[in-house]
Design a protein around this ligand. Structure first.
Ligand SMILES: *Cc1c(COP(=O)(O)O)cnc(C)c1O
Length: 410
């Protein structure tokens, strides 16, 4: 985001022009930012046979999927619906991995019939899949390495209490199922959490994956999942992708020599590719001084962006109508009839009613986790590509919400 002296810009476009044209609240995405993140990641791993599988649950608008595809990425999906969206966006089934948790064998079979790579995360399904298909459909297995990592308990997935993956302590049981059913295991996978700053977590994780891989002779890929952290404010840090790329590539290439085959190294970034590319714009309805604080109440709520209330996530907020004003302290709140804050005690340039606030890092798990709570329609999405803004999802109306209701005659 380049800023001129007075105007607040996304790419080269004035934010206030966007809100005039499309209204508020509004999600805006930058194609350039997605592309530059993709390039940074692939550059960091240029000495390795590395493949990106974008974890599309972060943001599934078809146009975003098309941009990601154009970059050269595949997809990581967690539901049959996401698989279908991926195919609609033009991905080859071979470029899609299906890594669900806790779904039925029927949905897994449906995905397998579409030709995507199935990644299995529990022994019950492994056994059922093996009994039904034997070695005819090669699969991946999700391992739980029991590494505690990531921003907080809700978003870390590799720890001992986690529901994800098959424990490394159950590998003997996995071997037994594989041998008995003739399953063809072509990949091993782990995903230990989100927002991991410490690159040693990945380096430790990959050692566990190497150790496990020695017991599986037919592998094509090792998938390290994701968990890259992106900077959340101008003075915070993200994962050092370049150091990670250098250290991990060296280890990986050495392991391939030992294993006797050129394996592929897969990553499944979600946030890393789309978080910073997205900005959520909302208008201030009320500035309300209470005895204890000043609330800036915006025309949105956790129905549109739930991360602050759900995960206590930090979202950087800038007053786009007055980007260089005097800094004052605000609590930015939503209009939902429950405590519904976007930020607590935050320094923001002086806010007047009618101002537009730009909420950063809203590309990942923003629109995607939105709902119709309080019967509010969901916001539109706009994509900035080649210097122009394009509407890529219309603003919902109450009619959309009513469409599936059946009004009884009584
Ligand atoms: C959610 C998820 C990801 C992406 O996580 P981010 O923190 O958004 O990068 C990757 N892999 C799997 C299996 C996931 O469930």
């Amino acid at each position: 985001m380049v800023q001129s002296n007075e105007k607040y810009l996304i790419e080269n476009i004035e934010v206030l022009k966007l809100t005039e044209k499309y209204g508020t609240p509004l999600y805006v995405y930058s194609a350039n930012k997605i592309e530059s993140q993709y390039k940074r990641l692939t550059d960091a791993f240029s000495t390795t046979n590395m493949k990106v599988r974008y974890a599309c649950k972060a943001l599934t608008n078809l146009n975003i999927l098309k941009i990601i595809k154009r970059c050269g990425s595949g997809l990581d999906t967690v539901s049959i619906q996401e698989v279908t969206l991926g195919l609609k966006a033009g991905f080859d089934p071979k470029e899609i991995i299906f890594t669900p948790n806790g779904i039925s064998i029927d949905e897994i079979n449906e995905a397998a019939a579409l030709g995507v790579t199935i990644n299995i995360d529990n022994i019950s399904i492994l056994e059922q899949f093996g009994n039904q298909h034997g070695g005819s459909i090669p699969i991946g297995i999700r391992i739980n390495p029991h590494i505690m990592a990531g921003g907080n308990y809700q978003i870390s997935t590799g720890h001992i209490d986690s529901k994800f993956g098959i424990s490394i302590h159950q590998l003997r049981h996995v071997e037994r199922v594989v041998e008995t059913t003739g399953l063809h295991v072509k990949g091993l996978h782990m995903h230990t959490g989100s927002e991991i700053l410490d690159i040693d977590v990945f380096l430790r994780g990959v050692e566990i994956l190497f150790e496990t891989a020695r017991g599986f002779p037919n592998l094509q890929f090792l998938d390290l999942g994701s968990g890259f952290k992106v900077p959340l404010s101008p003075d915070s840090e993200g994962t050092d992708i370049e150091s990670l790329g250098a250290e991990l590539s060296e280890k990986f290439n050495a392991f391939c020599k030992e294993y006797g085959r050129e394996l592929e190294l897969w990553f499944e970034p979600g946030k890393y590719l789309v978080s910073e590319a997205g900005t959520f714009l909302a208008k201030v309805n009320v500035v309300k001084q209470t005895t204890a604080t000043v609330f800036a109440g915006i025309d949105s709520g956790f129905n549109h962006l739930i991360r602050p209330m759900f995960y206590n996530a930090y979202q950087h907020i800038v007053n786009a109508s007055n980007p260089h004003g005097v800094q004052r302290i605000y609590t930015v709140s939503g209009y939902i009839c429950e405590t519904d804050n976007f930020a607590w005690d935050r320094k923001i340039s002086e806010i007047k009613e009618g101002d537009v606030l730009a909420i950063h890092n809203a590309g990942a798990y923003g629109f995607e986790m939105s709902s119709n709570y309080n019967s509010r329609p969901r916001p539109p999405e706009v994509l900035i590509m080649d210097g122009e803004d394009h509407l890529i999802r219309k603003r919902e109306e109450l009619e959309d919400n009513l469409r599936n209701q059946i009004l009884l005659d009584f």
